[in-house]
Design a protein around this ligand. Sequence first.
Ligand code: DQA
Length: 154
Amino acid sequence: MVQTAQSHWISVLVLHGPNLNLLGRREPGIYGTVTLDEIDRLLAVEAEKLEAKVSTLQSNHEGVLVDAIHEALGQYQGILINAGAYTHTSVAIRDAIAAVNIPTVEVHLSNIYQRETFRHHSFIAPVAVGQISGFGANSYLLGLQALIHHLKNR
Ligand code: DQA
């Protein structure tokens, strides 16, 4: 069988949770002015450098994110997730990540530990490989690098 140049590339699912579709105009003092489309483009460029492919999905609905995590089984080797506010509320997303057992890195644009106390707890952190928080859009790129590094070295 002929192997294509990209056949060994790592596949990563990028999930963006609620309200992240409004990035660029949502509380720019906290989240910056970069849009979600720009973040997705930056991720695609970074992924290519790391010999990886990314597919991205944004949803404002918890169940859609849970379904996407289930459907990642057998299709993706890693998950990069900014679950937005669901980070602090969703046992369902946490359980989905634990159920599929796909290495997952959690990212946040803002430093959640510098903000309101209700943002200090993440339901996802205990089932994630690790968490990156506070570097703006760069959190996603750092998270992708960390995830790929983890997948290549395990
Ligand atoms: C966020 C932090 C969450 O507390 C918040 O609800 C978000 C965005 C971040 O990227 O900084 O929606 O996940």
